[in-house]
Structures are given as structure tokens and as C-alpha cells.
Design a protein around this ligand. Structure first.
Ligand SMILES: [Zn+2]
Length: 500
């Protein structure tokens, strides 16, 4: 069968699109292209297990395997061999489309988060053109001739020019700039996708919009103003900010409408998101002071630190105390390389590994904890025979944590060895902690031990939830129409449609 005679599948991700919000806007007539797809298609949930946290969902989708296998849980993973973190590299991932390309399907891939270009036969691959995560230093393309199309036809995406950011909900100018750049990015991306579709023959085209995700973190208070975390934050905004997130989704919807029209009704279309969004109140930073107070972690005395450790500590102190206006200027102007170099030194305190039993890893919306296990960590001190007992103690400790007014702090404490039914994980943290909203209090004051810590990331008003959605057109007949497909299995909808 010739490539053009094979089945065609158009798969478009809208990263971070919250299912409830999308349904509300579809039902309200705000997203006519998605509504039209849904009239002839199926809607389904895309849930993730609780331990497949935020940064793990895309690698899980791409590889069709669990985090225990792909090993990704954070942009700054821990390396037990070197006792340090470094910025994530995803070149080891084998995406599900590799097999498809080798089977003769013509595959097009554009900005699938966490995916790298691998140079497949019959494929056009673009990574890092307009990505939210900044995993790539510059766009990667295959075949190389595609560079000209990207440079002359699409231009560079606004996310590639410097950080598209705002100081917080009070920063109307910053938010207004975020909206206009995300709108421009979505338009450019739609045009690039249309061009790739018209100039190449593709059996599977998988592309992801990153703009709505980026904007949702900063503008979530405008679509959920009644949430206690957002009270009064969205007051007095001009329409360009107040309706900004809706307009970005409307633009994405408009671009999807054009692409769906271009591929015709015989093409299978999958629109999907792997993670949703909800109100955000700040990221708790309590674990480091808590573990130090309980004697689980120790930081080296200044005199015992090496010169590089002292320099890192001093530098991260300067960064912490930089006025927010200067930090903002820095983040807007600094290059990707400089940002990574400057960010890295503040990631981990100079722990005294000879006495540290458990320590928090760099934070995200959830917390990750690692035990300093002998035989796994290069400077491990915890006897492997005490691993499960220590895990049980730490879990009990976290579950019993309360704020000064008696509210629980941890919503869920997941011990990875137990969740995955195995021993201590090599790449993943030993624990993932999901926080209650009370943990984001500013400051958070614990009842016992009496420790206080201020949350980080207060400029963000949206954080991820573990559930996305899909719209599949045409609706699969009979028992083949699933109403829920786990993130690990979502790629099967594409593969099945391609091979039907
Ligand atoms: Zn995000």
C-alpha cells in the first residue's frame, strides 16, 4: 500500500487543558471546532495513577510505559552516582512512533513535550520549537532540509525569544504581554502545522499546542475567581487579561478547526490533554527544615564545605534575596543556558551525606523525597535492611503532620516501592507527597515540630491535576468506544486507528 493510500490520523495535544473547563466552554459555544468534533466523536477521560506526577505524564504517554521504566519524574532528576541533580535529558526515551516509522508509516511530530528528534525514516520531526519546558536549547529538526521551512516559513516561536512571564496576578502589563505572545504563538503553530500537512504526506501527524498550558499557570485565577486562593486577584483587569485565557483557547480551537478541515472527514482526529489544571496557592517548602529539625538531614557547616559548595550556597542566597523586580528582569532577559546554570546551584543544599538519612528533592507542586540508601546512593548511610522500616516511619510522620490550627498537611503519601510492588527505585524518588491546600499557607506553621516555612512559586495561580481528556472522531463503534483511557495506553488509540 502506498503511503498516501494508508489511513490518516491527526492527533493534536492541548497541553494542560483542564477537562471541566473545556466541557464548560464547548457547551457554552466558545470552542466551536471542538464542539463539531464531539458531535461525531467520543469524549473520554485520561486519568493518571497518583504516582505519575506532573512531569511524568508526557514521558509515560510517549513511551507507553510507567515511570519506573522511563525514570522521569522532574526536570531536575537526582543522580545517586554523583549525589546531585542536573537538568533533564530525555534522549533515552523510545517513543511509540519509532516502531510505526520503521513499519513504513509516514510520521510527523511537532513539539511533543519531552520528545527528542531521533532521525526516523519516513518522518518529519521537530522538537523544541515553541516548548514550555525549555528542554531543548534550540529547535531540533529532521530531515535537516526542514530547517529552511522552520526559519523562513514559520519563524521563531515567542517562547524561544526569552521567558514569557509575569510577576504575578497583580502584574497587568506582564499578563497582558503573556496573553498576546501566547496568542501569537498559537497562530504561528497552527500555520506551521497547516504547512507541514500540505507539504508532506503523513499517515500520523502528532503535534502539541503549548501556549494554553503556559498561560494557564499564570492566568488560572481569571477562570476560577471564586476559589479561596484567588479571592480579589482578578479584580479590575482590562478585557485583554480578564478574557485572555479564553481567547488563547479560542485561538487554539480556531487553528484546530482549520487543520481538521484541511485533512478531510475521512481522517481520524484525536484531540487530547494529559493533565488538567486547578487553583494554586503556592508550593510548600517545609520538608527541608522539617527533616533537619528531626535529625533526618544535616547540612554541612560552612567550614566543612568545599569551595564550590560555599560558592553555590552564597550564590543561591543572593538569588533568594534578589528583589522580585530584578529577578523578573533577569528571567525575561537571560538566555536558556544562563538560566540553567544559575538555577542549578540553588537546587540542593550542601547536605552532610555522612549523617543524612532522608532528604527532599527539588520541589514541584508535589514533593519528592529520597532516602540516602547504602548500595544505591554513592554516599549512602541507610542500611538496606532498614529501608522498609524507615519508609514506614517517614510515611507515618508525614501523614500525621498538622498546621498550628490542626489541619492536615499531606493529602497523600505515596511510597514508590509499595506503589510499584518492588524494591527501592533507582531513578524515582522513594516518596511522592501530594499536599493539602492548607500546606500552601504563607507562612505554613507546623504544630509539631514548631517550624515555619514560606511557600514558593506564588506568581502561579494554576497547578496541574492528574486527569486530562480526549475527543476521538469518528466515535469507535460498539464495545470499542472507551470512556476512559489511562495515560499509558492513550497512544493505542492512535496506533489502532492507523492500523484499522
Ligand atoms: Zn505545567
Amino acid at each position: 500500500m502506498s503511503q498516501s493510500a494508508r489511513r490518516r490520523v491527526l492527533a493534536i495535544g492541548i497541553d494542560g487543558a483542564e477537562p471541566r473547563l473545556i466541557r464548560r466552554w464547548i457547551d457554552g459555544g466558545e470552542l466551536p471546532s471542538l464542539k463539531a468534533l464531539l458531535e461525531h466523536g467520543a469524549w473520554g477521560r485520561v486519568p493518571s495513577p497518583a504516582y505519575v506526577v506532573n512531569e511524568a505524564v508526557w514521558p509515560t504517554f510517549i513511551t507507553g510505559s510507567a515511570p519506573l521504566l522511563h525514570g522521569i519524574y522532574h526536570l531536575w532528576p537526582w543522580h545517586p552516582e554523583t549525589m546531585d541533580v542536573s537538568f533533564l535529558n530525555t534522549n533515552h526515551l523510545t517513543p511509540f512512533w519509532k516502531d510505526l516509522a520503521h513499519q513504513g508509516h509516514a510520521v510527523g511530530i511537532l513539539d511533543v513535550p519531552y520528545a527528542s528528534v531521533i532521525g526516523l525514516p519516513n518522518a518529519v520531526e521537530i522538537a523544541g520549537w515553541g516548548e514550555h519546558e525549555l528542554l531543548h536549547r534550540r529547535p531540533e529538526v529532521h530531515p535537516p532540509a526542514l530547517s529552511a521551512l522552520l526559519r523562513d516559513g514559520a519563524g521563531s516561536h515567542p517562547f524561544a525569544h526569552g521567558t514569557v512571564d509575569a510577576k504575578g496576578p497583580q502584574d497587568q502589563n506582564g499578563l497582558s504581554r503573556v496573553v498576546s505572545l501566547c496568542l501569537a504563538g498559537a497562530r504561528q503553530r497552527g500555520a506551521l502545522m497547516a504547512r507541514l500537512l500540505s507539504e508532506t504526506v503523513l499517515n500520523l501527524f502528532l503535534a502539541v499546542f503549548s501556549e494554553a498550558h503556559h498561560a494557564s499557570h499564570l492566568l488560572w485565577h481569571t477562570v476560577d475567581p471564586a476559589h479561596p486562593a484567588h479571592r480579589g486577584k482578578a479584580m479590575g483587569y482590562p478585557p485583554v487579561v480578564a478574557r485572555g485565557l479564553l481567547e488563547i483557547f479560542r485561538e487554539v480551537d480556531r487553528q484546530i478547526g482549520r487543520l481538521v478541515e484541511a485533512v478531510g472527514p475521512e481522517t481520524t482526529v484525536l484531540i487530547f490533554s494529559l493533565r488538567g489544571m486547578r487553583a494554586h496557592e503556592g508550593i510548600p517548602t517545609i520538608l527541608d527544615p522539617l527533616f533537619r529539625a528531626l535529625g533526618l538531614a544535616y547540612v554541612k557547616e560552612w567550614r566543612a564545605q568545599s569551595w564550590p559548595e560555599r560558592a553555590r550556597g552564597a550564590f543561591s542566597g543572593i538569588k533568594r534575596h534578589l528583589p522580585s523586580s530584578l529577578k523578573y528582569v533577569y528571567y525575561r532577559l537571560a538566555s536558556h543556558e544562563v538560566k540553567l546554570r544559575v538555577l542549578e546551584p540553588g537546587m540542593m543544599p550542601a547536605y552532610d551525606w555522612s549523617r543524612t538519612v532522608a532528604f527532599p528533592l527539588p520541589i514541584d507542586h508535589h514533593a519528592c523525597i529520597r532516602l540516602n540508601l547504602r548500595g544505591r546512593e554513592a554516599q549512602g548511610v541507610l542500611d538496606p535492611g532498614q529501608y522498609h522500616e524507615t519508609c514506614a516511619e517517614i510515611e507515618r510522620l508525614l501523614r500525621e503532620l498538622k498546621t498550628q490550627d490542626g489541619s492536615p498537611v499531606a493529602k497523600d503519601v505515596l511510597c514508590i516501592a509499595r506503589e510499584t510492588g518492588g524494591g527501592p527505585p533507582w531513578h524515582l524518588p522513594d516518596f511522592i507527597v501530594h499536599w493539602e491546600d492548607a500546606a500552601s499557607a504563607s507562612p505554613l506553621r507546623l504544630m509539631s515540630p514548631p517550624i515555619t516555612a514560606h511557600p514558593a512559586g506564588m506568581k502561579f495561580t494554576g497547578q496541574h491535576t492528574a486527569e486530562g481528556f480526549f475527543i476521538l472522531r469518528p466515535r469507535p463503534g460498539g464495545s470499542a468506544a472507551p470512556d476512559s483511557v489511562g495515560v499509558e495506553d492513550l497512544h493505542r488509540l492512535l496506533v489502532n486507528a492507523l492500523k484499522a
